[in-house]
Write a protein that binds this ligand. Structure first.
Ligand code: ATP
Length: 489
C-alpha cells in the first residue's frame, strides 16, 4: 500500500469510529481481535444495505423467497458439507515472535513486494508455485517456498518457522446441560447450509417450481488465523447468500446470468465501474464446476466482496447421503426426478459495508477566494444514507426550534430524520456531511412568515428555498427505492 492509500484507509477507519459507524468490540477491555460492533450510524447503514439486497433478490424475483435459519445446526451437517474435514487454512508459526500466520498470505505479501519492486518475473513465478502448492494441498511445498524466498516474520524479523499445518476455521461449543451428555455443535461458518437442509421444506410449502432460489441474511463465524484490514476479515460477520436451484445441465447458463445480475447490483449504487472486476477462481473447489469473485479495489488492492459459485448437486447429494432422506425434485416438464444443481451468490455484508464506506469517503478542499476550507464528506447513495435529512433551527429562539420540531414530526413518519440545534449552522452542516446525510433543512425567520425553508444538498452544497409542503416529496424522490431498483431491471 502506498503512503497515500495507507493514509486514506487509516482515515476511513478513524472516521468510522469517530462518527459512530464501527467500534472495536469490547473496547473498554482493550478489544477482541477481529470482532467489531456497529454504532448508531453503522447499524442504519448496514440495515439499508441488507434491505437493498433483500429487495433486489426477493422482492424483484418472483421465484426467490427468503429464509431465516438457526445458527446452530445438527453437527452432522458440517460433516456432510465437508467443513469438519476440509475447512482449513494452512498456518505457520514463527518460533521467536510466537506469532501465527496464514502461509499462503505470507507468500502473497511477498509477491506484492516483488511487484512493488518491479520484479514482475519473480512475482509471476512465485504466484504460479503458490497456486500449484495450494491446488495439491502440498504443505511442505508452502514451507519450502517461504524458505526459498527468505520470507521473514514481520514482528521478529527472523526466519525461524515451524512446519505448515492445517487449521480448522470452525468455532465449536457444547450444547446440553451436563458436560458428559453435551454434544459438540458448531457456530455456522456460512449461512448456505441452512438453505440446503430446508430446500424441500421451502419447495413443498411454497409450491416452488425449478428454477427457484432461497435467500438468507445472517451471521457466520470463522476462526480466521489472522484477521486484518478492519472489517474485511472478521471472526464474526454477516453473509447475504442466495442458492438458486436449477435443472442439471442448465447451471452454466444460470451462472453467467447471475454473474451479470450481481455486478449490476453493485454498480447501480453509482460506484465507478473501474473499481470492480471479475476474478475467476484458479483452483476450483472439488464440488464446483465454475466460480468467480466480484472484486472491489480497496485501498489495499483488489479483493473479493462476493463469490458466485456453480456448486453442482454436491451439497444436496451429500445431505441425502448423510441424512438418509431424499432431497429430490420431480420436474413435471421433463417428467423426471433429480437432485437440483445450485448456483450460489454469496456476499459478505461487512465487506460490502467497507466497500460502500471507501467509495463514499472524501476529504474535500472547498476553499474559496474568501477563505481556506475543507470538509470530510460521505457521498453515500441517498437510499443507503443512515439519516435522510437533518432539520435545524437557525437559532435557538424566536419560535424557530418549535417550528423545526413540527417539521421533524411530520417527516419522521416517512424518513429517518434528525433534529440539531447545537453549534453554528456551518458546523452542523459539516457533521451531517461526515455521516452522509443528503439534505439539511434550515428553519429561519422567513419560515414563520411564509412556511418556506432552505434545503441544502450534501454533494453540491447548493441551497434552495422551498415550501414545507414540498419537503416530503423532495426527499422521497431522492431516497426512492423505486429509482434504485429500476436500474436493476
Ligand atoms: P476469503 O478468500 O477472503 O477468505 P472466502 O472465499 O473464504 O473469502 P466465501 O466462503 O466465498 O469467502 O464467503 C462469501 C463471502 O463472505 C466473501 O465474499 C466475503 O465477502 C465474506 N466473508 C468471508 N469470510 C469473511 C470474514 N472472515 N470476514 C468478513 N467477511 C467474510
Amino acid at each position: 500500500m502506498s503512503k497515500q492509500t495507507d493514509d486514506f484507509f487509516k482515515n476511513v477507519i478513524s472516521h468510522a469510529k469517530e462518527y459512530g459507524f464501527v467500534f472495536p468490540s469490547s473496547e473498554i477491555y482493550d478489544g477482541l481481535s477481529a470482532v467489531y460492533d456497529y454504532g448508531q450510524m453503522g447499524a442504519e447503514l448496514k440495515n439499508n444495505i441488507k434491505t437493498y439486497w433483500w429487495k433486489a433478490m426477493v422482492q424483484l424475483h418472483e421465484n426467490i423467497v427468503g429464509l431465516d435459519s438457526a445458527i446452530f445446526m445438527h453437527p452432522t451437517i458440517w460433516k456432510a458439507s465437508g467443513h469438519v474435514d476440509g475447512f482449513n487454512d494452512p498456518m505457520i508459526d514463527n518460533k521467536d515472535s510466537k506469532k501465527r500466520y496464514r502461509a499462503d498470505q505470507l507468500i502473497e505479501d511477498k509477491i506484492a513486494r516483488y511487484v512493488a519492486d518491479g520484479k514482475t518475473d519473480k512475482a509471476a513465478k512465485l504466484q504460479a508455485d503458490l497456486d500449484t502448492a495450494l491446488s495439491a494441498d502440498d504443505l511442505p511445498r508452502l514451507k519450502s517456498l517461504i524458505e526459498e524466498h527468505e520470507i521473514v516474520c514481520p514482528v521478529s524479523g527472523t526466519r525461524n518457522w515451524t512446519d505448515v499445518r492445517q487449521f480448522n476455521l470452525m468455532f465449536s461449543t457444547q450444547m446440553g446441560a451436563s458436560a458428559e451428555g453435551a454434544e459438540v455443535v458448531y457456530l455456522r461458518p456460512e449461512t448456505a447450509q441452512g438453505i440446503f437442509v430446508n430446500f424441500l421444506n421451502v419447495q413443498k410449502t411454497g409450491r416452488q417450481k425449478i428454477p427457484f432460489g432461497i435467500a438468507q441474511i445472517g451471521k457466520a463465524f470463522r476462526n480466521e488465523v489472522i484477521a486484518r484490514q478492519f472489517i474485511m476479515r472478521m471472526r464474526e460477520f454477516e453473509q447475504m447468500e442466495m442458492q438458486f436451484f436449477v435443472r442439471p445441465g442448465t447451471e452454466l447458463d444460470w451462472y453467467a446470468q447471475w454473474k451479470e445480475t450481481r455486478l449490476k447490483w453493485h454498480l447501480a449504487l453509482g460506484s465507478d465501474q473501474r473499481k470492480y472486476r471479475f476474478h475467476d477462481h484458479v483452483k476450483l473447489a472439488h464440488y464446483a464446476n465454475a466460480a468467480v469473485d466480484i472484486e472491489y479495489e480497496f485501498p489495499f488492492g483488489f479483493k473479493e466482496v462476493e463469490g458466485i459459485h456453480s456448486r453442482t448437486d454436491f451439497d444436496l447429494s451429500q445431505h441425502q447421503k448423510f441424512s438418509g432422506k431424499k432431497l429430490q425434485y420431480f420436474d413435471p416438464e421433463i417428467n423426471q426426478n433429480y437432485v437440483p444443481y445450485v448456483i450460489e451468490t454469496s456476499i459478505g455484508l461487512d465487506r460490502m459495508f467497507l466497500t460502500v464506506l471507501c467509495n463514499a469517503f472524501e476529504e474535500q478542499n472547498i476553499s474559496s477566494e474568501e477563505k481556506q476550507d475543507s470538509r470530510t464528506v460521505l457521498h453515500l447513495h441517498p437510499v443507503l444514507a443512515p439519516v435522510k435529512a437533518a432539520i435545524f433551527p437557525l437559532i435557538k429562539k424566536d419560535g424557530l426550534p418549535e417550528k423545526a420540531k413540527e417539521i421533524l414530526k411530520q417527516l419522521q413518519l416517512e424518513h429517518n430524520v434528525i433534529y440539531e440545534e447545537k453549534d453554528a449552522i456551518g458546523k452542523r452542516y459539516r457533521r451531517q456531511d461526515a455521516i452522509g446525510t443528503p439534505f439539511c433543512i434550515t428553519v429561519d425567520h422567513q419560515t414563520l412568515q411564509d412556511d418556506s425553508v432552505t434545503i441544502r444538498h450534501r454533494d453540491s452544497m447548493e441551497q434552495k428555498r422551498i415550501s414545507i409542503s414540498a419537503l416530503s416529496s423532495k426527499i422521497a424522490e431522492l431516497v426512492s427505492w423505486k429509482n434504485l431498483l429500476e436500474q436493476l431491471l
